[in-house]
Design a protein around this ligand. Structure first.
Ligand code: ASP
Length: 414
């Protein structure tokens, strides 16, 4: 009998916690030192593999997402409205994520030193003012893409991927083979992520055991608090914010929307994958919500790749939570940086289970937090992924309705 990856991860986390408690019974022994050493190697391999995939994954995901667009004036209107909706809903999600973490003081009051080594190199970008941020931004993003790739400069890679994607769209049929190459490269990256996730149970076992053996276990209750706050906030975004926007801008009542999209939402919950749910989202949007096929056919696939409110909300809240756990207070500028990177990270996350975890690394690093900190979040990630994927998928279908409505209005008034 083969166990699903979900179950394996859960069992690994429980065994890791148990092993960590066992290690606590042998303070100052060679057994403890040897075990911590082995656990550190295993966890570094896992985190290293995730870091290795980050840049090529984000690059190919954005390239494929943008190159699915089609040129033409009608479509240019469609994608302008789509983009405006995506940016608006994601921004609201980010604000909600930060605000709720602040409001509930999630993670405050403990000062863990699990990441002491990583944090010893921590450079706080406190002196960053908005104008120096802009200068930094320009200097760091408009650079040779090959340098950006080798330096792991995600922002520059994202910008290059966006430009390249737009050029592919403009070029049309001429660049079909490159489009196909990009698609295949993306598929290969997804395959590699799948392989890394196969060793996730070992990585999670090692990370949890090390966490318990070297840390104050009060962190577990903080983690539960964080899970509750993030899930509650994500549900609020899905049940209040998005339906309100749908009602105002799409002139559709939420009941009709939820009834029509129920199948897709449940599938998103069960699969934790916007991509896997996409065919069903498309069907629900066209057949049950009455969105014209040419609109749904563009907005839903585009959104399933690039529009992820739930992921953005989660990543912003998680970065703040980690900073709180470490007793660091992020300045306003740093929080803006977190929001911008979380937005980009949600763009770059493909619609597969736990993809947000890979791109989470860039959000943490943007404000000098160690990538290793995702160790704390990984054990609860698969549970949180269910709800955030529902909201990701909901956003795509909701935006389709709004775009459909507005392009109909424009057509009838022109
Ligand atoms: N699982 C999410 C999705 O498919 C992505 C994520 O991990 O946040 O939408």
């Amino acid at each position: 009998m083969t166990m699903s990856l979900n179950t394996q991860i859960l069992i690994a986390a429980i065994l890791g916690v148990a092993f960590g408690f066992l290690l606590n019974q042998f303070p100052d022994t060679q057994f403890l030192d040897g075990s911590i050493y082995t656990l550190s190697i295993a966890s570094s391999i896992f985190i290293g593999l995730l870091k290795m995939l980050l840049v090529p994954l984000i690059f190919s995901s954005i390239l494929v997402g943008v190159s699915n667009l089609e040129a033409g004036s009608q479509l240019s209107r469609v994608w302008k409205i789509t983009l405006a909706c995506c940016v608006t809903t994601t921004t609201l999600a980010l604000i909600l994520g930060l605000a709720s973490t602040h409001f509930f003081h999630v993670g405050q009051g403990v000062d863990i030193d699990l990441f002491k080594d990583a944090m010893s190199q921590h450079k706080s970008p406190d002196s960053l003012t908005p104008s120096s941020f802009l200068t930094n931004f320009i200097q760091n993003t408009l650079i040779n893409p090959f340098k950006a790739f080798s330096d792991g400069n995600v922002l520059a890679v994202v910008l290059f991927a966006l430009l390249l994607g737009l050029a592919l769209v403009q070029g049309g049929e001429r660049f079909n083979s490159i489009k196909q190459l990009a698609r295949q490269f993306f598929d290969i990256m997804m395959m590699l992520v799948g392989w890394v996730m196969k060793v996730a149970p070992i990585g999670i076992f090692a990370l949890m055991a090390k966490l318990i053996a070297t840390e104050d276990i009060s962190i577990l209750s903080r983690l539960a608090e964080f899970a509750i706050v993030v899930t509650g906030t994500t549900i609020f975004h899905g049940v209040v914010v998005l339906p309100l926007l749908l009602w105002i801008f799409g002139k559709m009542d939420p009941i009709t929307f939820f009834k029509g999209t129920r199948a897709a939402l449940i599938t998103a919950f069960a699969t934790s994958s916007s991509s896997a749910t996409m065919p069903l989202s498309l069907k629900c949007t066209q057949e049950n919500l009455g969105v014209r096929p040419q609109i749904a056919g563009f907005v839903v696939p585009f959104g399933s790749q690039l529009n992820m409110d739930g992921t953005a909300l989660y990543e912003a809240a998680a970065a703040l939570f980690i900073a709180n756990l470490m007793g660091l207070e992020l300045s306003i500028t740093q929080q803006i940086i977190v929001c911008l990177t979380a937005m980009i990270a949600s763009l770059g996350a493909p619609g597969i289970p736990s993809a947000g975890m890979v791109t989470m690394i860039m959000v943490l690093q943007s404000v000098g937090l160690p990538a290793e900190a995702i160790a704390i979040l990984l054990p609860i990630d698969r549970i949180l992924d269910t709800v955030r994927t529902v909201v990701n998928v909901q956003g795509d279908m909701m935006i389709s309705v709004v775009v459909d409505r507005h392009t109909r209005d424009m057509e009838s008034s022109s």
